[in-house]
Design a protein around this ligand. Structure first.
Ligand code: FCB
Length: 449
């Protein structure tokens, strides 16, 4: 009989971070500046004028941080490579010192029995490439494939799990549609081009991997199930548009070889004609899909709000995190099952899931973040139900290992299993960190206690 209180054998339990959010020392050892390094210097761009100049100082404290991961019992660690450490100018001459940082980190993880799960690009693009138009430039696919190839070779004996891009939707929506992330562009014309080039970049990197990489490679998307505010036809249509834009824009081309029809409707005259060959390339098969899940949204039709003609409907009575994201565990289950229904039985990883909460003050060194424990517990229950209903879920990564630099929100939002005191860089595991350790030790059984 199947034991329904545990996750499958060899389930990969980990925690996730990304380079710019934790490393600090952005220009150390000859690294080039990234788009985020530059964006943080624009007055008003980041809450409180915060920057990633120091962040969690992980670039200098990584030995201690690996020890911390071991203490928390992690089986895997998802981190990203800073492109401009490996290639200070984005292209051309690599920096061995930059590559060594990641070689050493991967070695230390191996020594501690922690599986590295590497993201090639988690939003920090070298400024040298940003200056050439970034992802709106068609050449970006080649820049990325060359960079990927370099990293595959540098880490090939050390890393078995790879992902190309983290959340291309956010890169495009925040960076090219709404201008709240670098490159700070608001353009209906550039956004679909950037999205398309990100997909070409992803597929070109997968092809480079097939030529000489080792292990498995996938893509990471953020999914947010959309619910219509009512049964009215116009609300259902508004829901379908936002769903196509956010959840299907990247997955339909990868798995089905075509963009959702709704996108042409949304972008109108700005919707480009893409070469057929590009869509063939984009379908390059992947070994698994990474899903980042945080929340859902309820939408209604809104004629005054182009180009989606949809608005979110706040769920006043529901619980929300500090990001003002509704806590909705069932959405995780529905995402996992939706992917299987629509795209087939691809192996899945939850590559991020977690909650920003103002942590309760430490009492005798204990940070009792009960709400975060509850968030993990309820979401893991939802994940397990999805497995029981057929989702091929292979692993789960909590976001995040450490409190860190939350992009435009600066340090104001804390997602960590471990608290970081930014004045002293002292790390203190929260109660949720110790809870997560028990989750891992029991292979999930404690979530039902
Ligand atoms: C995701 C990002 C991650 C982090 C979480 C809260 O969109 O991938 O870096 O900021 O949100």
């Amino acid at each position: 009989m199947m034991d329904n209180t545990r996750f499958p054998e060899n389930f990969l339990w980990g925690a996730a971070t990304s380079a710019y959010q934790i490393e600090g020392s952005p220009l150390a050892d000859g690294a080039g500046p990234s788009n985020w390094h530059r964006f943080c210097r624009i007055p008003g761009a980041i809450h409180n004028g915060d920057t990633g100049d120091v962040a969690c100082d992980h670039y200098r404290r990584w030995v201690d941080d690996v020890r911390l991961m071991k203490e928390l019992g992690l089986k895997a660690y998802r981190f990203s490579i800073a492109w401009s450490r490996a290639l200070p100018d984005g292209r051309g001459k690599p920096s061995e010192k930059g590559l060594d940082f990641y070689r050493n980190l991967a070695d230390a993880l191996a020594t501690n029995g922690i599986e590295p799960f590497v993201t090639l690009h988690h939003w920090d693009l070298p400024t040298a490439l940003d200056d050439l138009g970034g992802w709106a430039n068609r050449d970006s696919a080649h820049w990325f494939a060359d960079y990927a190839h370099l990293i595959f070779r540098a880490l090939e004996d050390r890393v078995r799990y790879w992902t190309t891009l983290n959340e291309p939707w956010v890169i495009v929506d925040a960076g090219y549609m709404h201008g709240v992330h670098p490159p700070g562009i608001k353009s209906l014309e550039k956004a679909p081009l950037a999205a398309h080039n990100l997909l070409r970049a992803h597929a070109s990197a997968v092809q480079a991997f097939r030529a000489d990489g080792k292990g498995q490679i996938g893509l990471v998307v953020n999914l947010e199930p959309k619910y219509a505010a009512s049964n009215a036809l116009e609300d259902a249509a508004a829901m379908a548009r936002t769903h196509a834009y956010m959840n299907r824009q990247f997955l339909d081309p990868v798995f089905l070889g075509a963009y959702p029809d709704e996108l042409a409707e949304i972008f109108g005259r700005d919707w480009p004609r893409f070469p057929e060959d590009d869509l063939k390339l984009i379908q390059e098969p992947i070994d698994f899909l990474g899903i980042n899940y945080y929340t859902r949204s309820v939408v209604r039709s809104d004629p005054s709000s182009p180009p989606f003609y949809a608005s979110p409907v706040p769920q006043a009575n529901a619980e929300h995190t500090e990001m003002n994201w509704e806590v909705f565990p069932d959405g995780l289950k529905s995402c996992l099952l939706w992917v299987k229904r629509r795209y087939g039985d691809v192996p899945l990883y939850v590559t991020e899931n977690g909650a920003a909460l103002a942590d309760s003050a430490s009492r005798e060194g204990r940070i009792d973040d009960v709400r975060r424990i509850d968030y993990f517990r309820t979401h893991l229950r939802a994940a397990q139900e999805a497995i029981q209903q057929g989702a091929n879920l292979k692993g789960y990564f909590a976001w995040s290992l450490l409190d860190n630099f939350e992009w435009a929100c600066g340090f104001s939002k804390r997602f960590g299993l471990v608290q970081v005191d930014y004045a002293t860089q002292e790390r203190t595991p929260k109660a949720s960190g110790w809870f997560y350790r028990q989750v891992i030790e029991s292979n999930g059984a404690v979530i039902w206690d």
